[in-house]
Write a protein that binds this ligand. Structure first.
Ligand SMILES: [Zn+2]
Length: 293
């Protein structure tokens, strides 16, 4: 179930690592360590590949496992508000070309992107990849960023939306994305910023600590990694690169009655709290990073 314990940081290879948290909220319990040198937090020991693959079965998308993800197909109309707003910003950096969504799930975001780009996807889940392949055929690779068939320097845009935290070797994944991008190509990464007060104050109860998440970045160490790999321009958006309205419209997808609109107060408060940040300090832990090759 677990691999051997890591003796050094997967990001900077420092051996100065120590215990951070024990996560007990799931049936798959695990512990995390922190690197004293770069602040990277990582699961240690890590689940083996078989255990990780077992997480992404149909149960992952149907909410039947204790660690699950919303099946986007039921709320596609609502998710499209966020996808379209994101694509509007992406198009400021790359107007067209090949577009790769790593961790594309059922391909909902790619469907919207296909209006301007040639869509490609990578998806580890057999269940989700089978569905995405019905739409995009062989443009979907059922596998990972480490065993894909794509050619170097062939993409204008690569997106990793809430994906990088699922990887045991995120450094290698970013290096791979760099290789796959054309010059001036864009890499978009959305993940949590563990330096945010939200994550720090919640400690082991922070919602991002879940069995499928192996890697926990901060704004500082993610930007440092991107620069070390060779990206020339990096821009960080907190909480996200688009405004509040698309998020409010998307949230309606899970509303059951008029009373659910109360959630808008919470979503708006969170959005504006996330605007309070300075340097490495941030009130919340949401971030989106745009990196140009
Ligand atoms: Zn480190």
């Amino acid at each position: 179930m677990f691999k051997e314990r890591l003796s050094c940081c997967p990001l900077c290879k420092s051996r100065d690592i120590s215990f951070k948290y024990e996560i007990l909220s799931y049936s798959n319990k695990f512990t995390t360590d922190i690197c004293k040198s770069c602040g990277f937090i990582f699961m240690n020991p890590q689940f083996d590949d078989e255990t990780i693959k077992s997480f992404y079965s149909e149960q992952y998308y149907s909410g039947k496992s204790d660690y699950s993800y919303i099946d986007e197909r039921g709320i596609k109309k609502y998710s499209s508000y966020v996808w379209d707003s994101r694509l509007k910003i992406i198009r400021k950096f790359a107007k067209g070309g090949n577009f790769l969504d790593v961790g594309c799930a059922f391909g909902g975001f790619l469907e919207r992107a296909s209006k301007w780009y040639s869509p490609f996807g990578i998806e580890i889940s057999d269940y989700a990849a089978t569905h995405a392949k019905k739409i995009f055929g062989d443009n979907i690779h059922h596998g990972t960023i480490f065993n894909h068939p794509f050619q170097a320097e062939s993409f204008s845009v690569i997106t990793m939306i809430e994906l990088i935290e699922h990887l045991s070797d995120p450094k290698k994944a970013i290096e791979e994305c760099y290789k796959l991008l054309k010059k001036d190509g864009l890499l978009l990464i959305q993940t949590a910023n563990m330096d945010g007060l939200q994550a720090k104050s919640a400690g082991p109860r922070y919602e991002y600590f879940m069995p499928g998440h192996l890697s926990y970045f901060s704004k500082k160490n993610l930007c440092k990694l991107l620069r070390s790999v060779g990206f020339s321009y990096i821009k960080v958006f907190q909480p996200v690169e688009f405004g509040l309205l698309p998020k409010l419209l998307k949230s309606r997808g899970s509303f059951k009655s008029f009373k659910d609109y109360k959630a808008w107060i919470r979503i708006a408060t969170y959005h504006y709290k996330s605007k309070i940040h300075c340097g490495d300090f941030a009130l919340t832990s949401s971030m989106v990073v745009y990196a140009i090759k």
